[in-house]
Design a protein. Structure first.
Length: 287
């Protein structure tokens, strides 16, 4: 299949992108890695009148750090995240998740910003941002604004980005000395979209979780934190009763969205499965 006709502009500056978005409105689409957009164009699920290529904005294709913050540009490719020693040391949750993103050919072109801006509920990186309490940086004609990850993913394929805004990147605090993470997903085959997945960040002292952030994906309309389940697993040793309570609490936290293969109750059961498996990888006291 072939896409519907469209105009193409390779933007050379952020200001030019804003001008084009203001001029064309909803009829314009941004092209970064194109790994989701190009198939949508070919299947005519998207038919913009103008495609704005932002790959020349190389200022947003870098990973940088200072004492308080890790900054990942929106045009950083998945493969860059996968190879980055800085990310592996300071934000290992990203490193664990990225190998589950499709296949190497996709990771060579796909971008962090593209994944986040699409808002696919089955994508791995949005859940990581939620678990890491990341801040997403957007820019429009009026300037930049910072959006907490918990407020960025609004609904199915809908984010807090305004029509004339561009996602510039992500900021995360580097991991603390007592931080631990886990990433698990269940998929029919490696590289397929997840059936259910979990990005987990914890702070653990003497085998007890003092903080726990459980970000589930591929189960709800957006990546979703599970605070009720997390509260069952903090400040206590993990025993069968605590685990059972946490699994039951997932019913409060999640509103499973069935797919063509799995019903809502199956999704909820699998959420409990990945939770139990993820906890088993952490250095927690077990009663």
């Amino acid at each position: 299949m072939k896409p519907a006709p469209f105009a193409y502009v390779r933007a050379q500056a952020l200001a030019q992108v804003h001008e084009l978005l203001t001029e064309h409105g909803p009829a314009a689409r941004l092209l970064a890695g194109g790994q989701s957009l190009v198939p949508a164009l070919n299947m005519r699920l998207a038919a913009p009148s103008v495609l704005i290529d932002i790959n020349a904005l190389v200022d947003y294709a870098h990973i940088a750090a200072d004492a308080d913050c890790i900054r990942i540009g929106a045009l950083v490719r998945h493969a860059q995240l996968e190879r980055s020693e800085l990310v592996a040391e300071a934000l290992p949750l990203f490193s664990r998740a990225i190998v589950h993103v499709a296949h190497p050919a996709i990771r060579n072109r796909g971008t962090l910003g593209g994944s986040l801006a699409l808002g696919d509920p089955a994508a791995e990186l949005p859940a990581c941002c939620l678990a890491l309490e990341a801040t997403l940086i957007a820019a429009g004609p009026a300037g930049e604004r910072r959006i907490p990850a918990a407020e960025f993913f609004v609904d199915l394929y809908e984010t807090a980005l305004k029509p004339d805004e561009v996602l510039l990147g992500v900021e995360c605090a580097p991991r603390a000395a007592d931080a631990h993470c886990a990433f698990l997903e269940i998929a029919r085959r490696h590289g397929d979209y997840a059936t259910v997945g979990l990005a987990l960040e914890a702070r653990i002292a003497e085998g007890i979780a003092t903080e726990l952030r459980l970000a589930f994906f591929a189960i709800d309309r957006v990546p979703r934190l599970a605070p009720a389940a997390a509260s069952c697993l903090t400040h206590c040793a993990i025993d069968a009763a605590a685990l059972a309570q946490a699994k039951d609490a997932l019913r409060q936290d999640l509103d499973p969205m069935p797919d063509v293969y799995h019903g809502a109750q199956t999704k909820l059961h699998l959420a409990g499965v990945v939770l139990q498996r993820a906890l088993a990888t952490l250095p927690l006291q077990r009663a």
